[in-house]
Design a binder for this molecule. Structure first.
Ligand code: ADP
Ligand code: MG
Length: 227
């Protein structure tokens, strides 16, 4: 067991202000949501007005969306003074697979794993789990008519690599070029922050996020963490 304290880079002043603002918006949002849910409840049943109930439901959904954007944004601006420990990436993946199996079945996605023997690497486990989950989530969302998610791990002299491959919609060269830009999303429900946060986390680990994609064929993303 080994640990190391990583000093975070100081956020630019604007970034700090943005983070503080996002944080402050959270409290009023919570109370708005609370009252909306109360409305929703009040207009339930026979005496309920269907129209008002429908509008209230939409408002709750929109508040949920704001909360999601703020959560992802704060994750990105969060200082990274974290305790790292030596851990096996396969263990993180196995845990995630239990979490996502249900979703895979529902979406008619076949999950194939090929996990090689790995040297434990120094990592902020929670953050790496977040990255791998973001990547699996994107893979699922790219395969709306089902498909295969393949997860492969291996190591060389320098890196421990995890590859997440999907048989989804894939991306054009231009779409790949946009990846990682904050708020870039092609989804109606997307925040476009998943890959921004993920690449920040991987770079903080001294790692590499490698993306290969072909439109109509699928996408392969490799996370390399230094040994
Ligand atoms: P979000 O998932 O909220 O849209 P992300 O940062 O996770 O944000 O992804 C940004 C965009 O990159 C997605 O909207 C999608 O267009 C594209 N993308 C990411 N992963 C994949 C993938 N596995 N297959 C196809 N497109 C992808
Ligand atoms: Mg995403």
């Amino acid at each position: 067991f080994q640990r190391e304290i990583i000093q975070s880079e100081k956020l630019a002043v604007v970034g700090q202000l943005a983070a503080a603002t996002a944080h402050e918006i959270r409290n009023p949002l919570t109370s708005i949501k609370g009252f909306l849910q109360l409305f929703e409840h009040k207009f339930k049943g026979d005496q309920g007005d269907t129209e008002i109930r429908e509008y209230t439901r939409i408002m709750v959904e929109e508040v949920d969306r704001m909360e999601k954007i703020i959560r992802d944004f704060l994750l990105m601006t969060k200082p990274s003074d974290v305790t790292r420990e030596r851990a096996d990436v396969n263990g993180v993946i196995e845990r995630l697979l239990v979490l996502v199996q249900n979703q895979a079945t529902l979406r008619n996605i076949n999950v194939v794993t090929d996990l090689g023997e790995l040297t434990p690497v120094l990592m902020h486990k929670e953050a790496i789990q977040q990255v791998l989950l973001n990547l699996m989530q994107n893979a699922f969302e790219a395969m709306n008519i089902g498909g295969t998610l393949t997860i492969h791990t291996e190591e060389d002299e320098k890196y421990v690599s995890s590859t997440i491959q999907d048989t989804g919609v894939g991306m054009t060269e231009e779409e790949v070029a946009n990846l990682g830009s904050p708020f870039y999303s092609t989804k109606t429900e997307g925040t476009g922050l998943g890959l921004t946060v993920s690449s920040k986390i991987i770079h903080e680990h001294g790692g590499i996020l490698d993306i290969r994609s072909e439109k109509g064929v699928g996408t392969t993303i490799t996370v390399k963490l230094p040994k």
